[in-house]
Design a protein around this ligand. Structure first.
Ligand SMILES: [Ca+2]
Ligand SMILES: [Ca+2]
Length: 359
């Protein structure tokens, strides 16, 4: 009799727990998802592993906590912003310096300013300028709304700054929720230093990430990470103001992008979806379940499994690529910058900047 009652109790308890879980998933899910288009497997198979990123020289090892981006000024000084809130720089003589402290763990894309100092995207504060004198906020709002998740920035020769907002809905630490939602929550913004005004250039971007200008600044490229593509936005000529696809069906989600001296671009690609978990992104129900239990996100997120960067011609054709197919030396590489015949690689899963000879 006692065993029967115990079994009865267990059944009722289990049923109640199951119902509570379902109610939580249906009514309290943090996302309102779309299914996601994932490029065909052939787009990944076209880039066989070459392990080139396994032979990087490690710069500043142990001194740099997860640098997301790097930039070099006209004197050859290399800058990066790290998770401890510092903007750090590497001098020509090989010495690293804690240059300026912004604070927080939310510093992402940077760009050197033509009149000195650097621009920094802070996913909490907005677009910043950091100089020897200190830190100032250039843009914290657009159209009355607070700028969340500023991601990458570039300065045009006319002084205008173009910068991306990865998501207007989720913050840096919730970025995987934005992927699960798979909706175009991102923007490309423009800051005009003469008026100090910020405006929306492009809306409805799917995780707007890296931004770069073409060699003669006739177009701008902005990466849409969750769409495995980058867009070209025309700044000059017949198509001024128009947008078209620059490169698509990339073998990973594009993060930062940088112009190289020959007019091509380097794009860092993230393994945002391991093949074994691709089904999650085709099922709204599965997305709700993963989004409701944050520990599951660690299982389905593949960014620490590899590193891959591609060199793309001005016409969008892929010229070459370098990878670390199992993340043995570098993974989660978010940026590749070419400077003086070397590639400088930043990563959100490394305590160094990788340096790779190109010749
Ligand atoms: Ca940058
Ligand atoms: Ca980025």
């Amino acid at each position: 009799m006692a065993i029967c009652r115990l079994l009865q109790f267990c059944c009722v308890f289990s049923l109640g727990y199951l119902l509570a879980t379902i109610v939580q998933i249906i009514f309290f899910s943090p996302i309102s998802p779309n299914t996601l288009y994932i490029p065909p497997a052939s787009s990944v198979a076209a880039f066989p592993a070459n392990k080139k990123l396994q032979s990087v020289i490690k710069l500043g090892e142990g001194f740099l906590e997860n640098p997301e981006d790097v930039s070099v000024d006209e004197n050859g000084v290399l800058y990066t912003a790290t998770r401890d809130g510092w903007v750090k720089r590497l001098h020509r003589n090989g010495s690293w310096e804690n240059w300026k402290r912004v604070g927080g763990d939310t510093l992402l894309g940077i760009a050197t300013a033509k009149d000195g100092g650097i621009f920094v995207c802070d996913t909490e504060k907005g677009l910043l300028k950091v100089t020897d004198e200190g830190v100032s906020v250039l843009a914290s709002h657009v159209d009355g709304a607070k700028i969340r998740f500023a991601d990458d920035v570039i300065e045009a020769s006319d002084g205008n700054l173009y910068f991306s907002v990865a998501s207007t809905k989720f913050g840096l630490h919730e970025w995987y929720l934005d992927l699960l939602e798979a909706k175009p929550n991102g923007q490309l913004l423009k800051y005009d230093p003469s008026t100090k005004q910020t405006s929306v250039v492009l809306d409805n971007l799917c995780f707007a990430n890296g931004v770069a200008l073409s060699k003669d600044e006739d177009f701008l490229v902005v990466c849409e990470t969750w769409k495995f593509r980058c867009l070209k936005y025309w700044l000059k000529g017949e198509k001024v103001g128009e947008t078209e696809i620059f490169v698509e069906n990339l073998p990973g989600g594009p993060d930062n992008i940088n112009l190289a001296g020959d007019g091509s671009f380097w794009i860092a690609l993230l393994k945002i979806i391991p093949e074994r978990w691709a089904f999650v992104h085709g099922s709204k129900a599965a997305k709700h379940v993963v989004a409701s239990f944050p520990k599951l996100i660690g299982f389905v997120n593949g960014v620490k499994e590899n590193a891959l960067v591609v060199n793309v011609a001005p016409d969008g054709g892929i010229i070459r690529w370098f990878d670390d197919p199992n993340g043995a030396v570098m993974s989660f590489v978010t940026n590749a910058l070419e400077f003086e015949d070397h590639l400088y690689l930043a990563s959100l899963n490394s305590n160094f900047v990788g340096k790779l000879p190109l010749k």
